[in-house]
Design a protein around this ligand. Structure first.
Ligand code: UDX
Length: 454
């Protein structure tokens, strides 16, 4: 099928490259010429393991352009995946989405095109995009006859750092539209994934239990709500583990054991019960906030989702409090943060717990040193005020340090030869922000080991 993807950010690029890999003819359009040039040269503008390999494998079916007029005509499906940054009041800024929808409408020429809204936007935005498309199309003097289009929702559940595997081997595919023909088109588009009939890319192996992928084919509003409800549930699962973790530390229980014991109950499941400094990233914070805002439009409050957000924020504050409890005085202390990205295997710094923790320590007069194996370059650009505290050297970070906080559980830190660094510290305190280090081992090596929760 012929597919166009508008926007080559995280979601757009993963969608475009994966669909091209599956054999669809894909054109990705982005107004940023530099990005398009990079992608044409086979280089990936985002950090995502495997993406350049998949780009190479998919290249015969993949084109990049800055022109809507080249990309849209003839498309069976147009994915709109442009950025929706938060406006000053916290609501998503839909300016780019509006102008993308207008541009799409100006080039539609096919007998039937499904326009899929992939940007993270509030529930109900499908209708809003539909209205923009119809208004813009109606104002076209050159509008061809016999052109039909409909809007659909096809939420993605991909995790950064795992984007390709999550796209090719998903737990489920959700498609929603109030137009049955759209559902049929998207069902066809995704058939290779639903039936798992493709040969896995050379760098990935198909998970053993993936035979067929369930399809949830539903109405527009339900598909839009599934995305938010699922993300908010994952967010609150983590916050629940963190809330229990605080109680565990009071009663002398080990939260890691408690979470393991809970997670083995299949009704609960073991994933997303990992306690620590809490969640960050582009989705959980934004999606929980948007869900609460949508509910408010209907005079509904969302006490559980609200509590999940509060607990998450509290975890970041607790990390600083624990340091204060141990060191008594933070002023003048040197504290090293290991890991800046909101999670490992990405250089994404959006809503990263490390940012709040670093700022809070600085505001209390502490001196900080910051390290990340991958996100440093991006950090320098996006966080100019914190950039002077960045170091590329672990020796420099540990030297004369009063405490080190493991904020992001990068493999590099888990595999670190911790025995080499203990002697460099003035006070060998390690605060484990992710509950991933072996506390007994750390103590044997001479560290004082403290975990954020439990
Ligand atoms: C998330 C959703 O998982 C994905 O389905 C959605 O489409 C986009 O948002 P992502 O933000 O990439 O994906 O990361 P994810 O792996 O879900 O982690 C989110 C945050 O939760 C990270 O900060 C991670 O460190 C934290 N986390 C995760 C925990 O604190 N504990 C856990 O047990 C799991």
């Amino acid at each position: 099928m012929k597919v166009c993807v508008v926007g080559t950010g995280y979601v757009g690029l993963t969608t475009g490259v994966s669909l091209a890999f599956l054999g669809h003819e894909v054109t990705c359009v982005d107004l940023d010429q530099a990005k398009v040039d990079m992608l044409r040269a086979g280089k990936c503008p985002i950090y995502e393991p495997g993406m350049e390999d998949l780009l190479a494998e998919a290249s015969p079916n993949l084109t990049f352009t800055t022109s809507y007029a080249d990309a849209i005509p003839g498309s069976d499906v147009v994915f709109v995946a442009v950025q929706t940054p938060s406006a000053a009041d916290g609501s998503p800024d839909l300016r780019y989405l509006r102008s993308a929808a207008e541009s799409v409408a100006h080039s539609l020429d096919h007998d039937f095109t499904v326009v899929v809204n992939k940007s993270t936007v509030p529930i109900g935005s499908g209708n809003w995009v539909d209205a923009i498309l119809r208004d813009s199309f109606a104002t076209r003097e050159d509008r061809p006859a016999g052109v039909e289009f409909a809007v659909a929702s096809n939420p993605e559940f991909l995790r950064e750092g795992n984007a390709i595997a999550d796209t090719l081997f998903p737990d489920r595919i959700v498609i929603g539209s109030d137009n049955p023909r759209s559902l049929e088109v998207l069902n066809r588009l995704y058939r290779p994934i639903i039936n798992q009939t493709f040969t896995a890319p050379t760098f990935l192996s198909r998970p053993e239990d993936t035979t067929a992928v369930p399809l949830v084919s539903t109405d527009l509003a339900s598909a839009e709500l599934i995305k938010y409800a699922a993300n908010a549930f994952l967010a609150l699962k983590i916050s629940y583990a963190n809330e229990i973790g605080q109680l565990a530390s009071k009663v002398g229980a080990d939260i890691t054991e408690v979470a393991r014991g809970m997670g083995l109950d299949q009704r609960i499941g073991s994933r997303f019960l990992q306690p620590g400094v809490g969640w960050g990233g582009s989705c959980f914070g934004k999606d929980t906030k948007a869900l609460i805002a949508t509910a408010a439009e209907y005079n509904l409050d969302m006490p559980i989702v609200t509590a999940a957000r509060d607990v998450n924020q509290r975890q970041r504050a607790i990390a600083v409090e624990k340091l204060q409890n141990e060191l008594r005085i933070l002023k003048g202390r040197k504290i090293g943060l290991l890991g800046l990205a909101f999670k490992p295997n990405t250089d994404d710094l959006r809503d990263a717990p490390a940012l709040d923790i670093a700022n809070s320590l600085l505001s209390r007069g502490a001196r900080v040193k910051l390290h990340d194996p991958i996100a440093g370059e991006r950090f320098r650009k996006e966080q100019p005020e914190l950039a002077p505290y960045l170091t590329g050297s672990l020796d420099e970070l540990f030297a004369d340090c009063d405490a080190v906080v493991l904020v992001t559980e990068w493999a590099q830190y888990l595999e670190l030869d911790w025995s080499k660094f203990v002697g460099l510290m003035r006070n060998p305190l390690v605060l484990d922000g992710r509950h991933v280090l072996d506390g007994d081992r750390m103590r044997r090596l001479g560290y004082k080991y403290v975990a954020v929760a439990g």
